[in-house]
Design a binder for this molecule. Structure first.
Ligand code: NDP
Length: 243
């Protein structure tokens, strides 16, 4: 018996990296899992195949709100309901502040903020007592130790307000809403052997990267019974980068 037996989770950006680790962990805890992806169809299919019958992959570009709403409907149709929404899909453009275009601003806010808001709205009618909304932010919402990340940090810190506000909106229905801020985490977005990795490690108290599974463990705790009285909160899983 898993702590999430009989529950259904929707994880955006579940084809790779942190989202794939979250989807896998929630499935191992007993949940049915629906993942979304934008491009990595083969990776998404392989993950779903590995979870034998308890998972489904849906292509849903995060800027396409109609597709996001359809992903919720697909989850409900496939598994008879929805209990857990994990907003994870993300991008990490960075570079000189002076070079950021208005199109860059619109895109990152659409992927990180608008998508999370729209999905929460679409999922909300299906979530019952004990429902969960968990969003993946970034330690850069709390501390930005290097230049070039203002736009990304702005988009991730907006999720703090969204999380607190939604906690108030949905708390009366017994639904919790929380935010998990990874620090440097070994994925294709930020490989632990990448050109900036040693510098990123130096910013941490533990002198190491996180793994996607580290982040998934905190998400699983919040999704389970242990998270029943945690809401409106942000959690750093960052090896002490913000310490
Ligand atoms: P990856 O690049 O490894 O994976 C990103 C995932 O998001 C993929 O599944 C990808 O799908 C999906 N995705 C990307 N863009 C879109 C889009 N426009 N529409 C729909 N899906 C999309 O990144 P991580 O796993 O590292 O990152 C996951 C989350 O964690 C992000 O929100 C990121 O900002 C955050 N984070 C990561 C950190 C790190 O160091 N890795 C640190 C702090 C936060 P597909 O491949 O199919 O396009």
């Amino acid at each position: 018996m898993g702590q999430l037996d009989g529950r259904t989770a929707l994880v955006t950006g579940g084809s790779r990296g942190i989202g794939a680790a979250i989807a896998t962990r929630l499935a191992h805890e007993g949940a049915n899992v629906v993942i979304t992806y934008a491009r990595a169809a083969d990776r998404a299919r392989a993950l779903v195949d590995g979870l034998a019958g308890k998972a489904l992959a849906v292509r849903a570009e995060a800027t396409d709100t109609a597709r996001l709403r359809q992903a919720v409907t697909r989850a409900v149709d496939a598994f008879g309901g929805l209990d857990i929404l994990v907003n994870n899909a993300g991008i990490a453009p960075y570079g000189p502040f002076e070079d950021v275009t208005e199109a860059d601003i619109d895109r990152i806010l659409a992927v990180h903020v608008r998508a999370a808001f729209v999905l929460a709205q679409a999922a909300s009618p299906h979530l019952g007592e004990g429902g969960r909304i968990i969003t993946i932010g970034s330690s850069l919402a709390e501390r930005v130790p290097y230049p070039g990340w203002a736009l990304y940090a702005m988009s991730k810190s907006a999720l703090v307000g969204l999380t607190k506000g939604l906690a108030r909106d949905l708390g009366p229905r017994g639904i919790t809403v929380n935010l998990v801020h990874p620090g440097s985490t070994d994925t294709e977005m930020n490989p632990a052997d990448g050109p900036d990795a040693d510098e990123e490690r130096r910013y941490t108290a533990l002198n190491r990267y996180c793994s996607p599974e580290d982040v998934a463990a905190t998400v699983a705790h919040l999704a389970g019974e242990g998270g029943r009285n945690i809401t409106g909160a942000s959690f750093l899983v960052d090896a002490g980068a913000v310490a």
